[in-house]
Design a protein around this ligand. Structure first.
Ligand SMILES: [Zn+2]
Length: 84
């Protein structure tokens, strides 16, 4: 009888750890629930008006002649686009 209990306990813990490994495999890459888009957005880009580097996620974007430019603020974007 004792052997059966030990066997069941081992089986229970084995199942638990397998579930934990499988669970980690599918969820470690998306801690915030946003995944790959986050990594791409995290690039640093240069503000062409004031030469500051900002993260692409926070940057103000402007498209001109098919090219995308990034700025730290709408003020910089407007100043740069007014210059060109
Ligand atoms: Zn700027």
């Amino acid at each position: 009888m004792l052997k059966l209990i030990i066997f069941l306990l081992i089986g229970y813990f084995a199942l638990k750890s397998i579930k934990r490994i499988l669970g980690n495999g599918s969820s470690t890459r998306v801690p915030g629930g946003r995944g790959e888009a986050d990594q791409i957005d995290d690039l640093m880009v240069q503000d062409l008006n004031c030469q500051t580097y900002i993260s692409k996620r926070d940057a103000v974007q402007a498209v001109q002649n098919g090219r995308t430019f990034y700025f730290c603020s709408a003020k910089c974007r407007d100043a740069y686009l007014a210059d060109v």
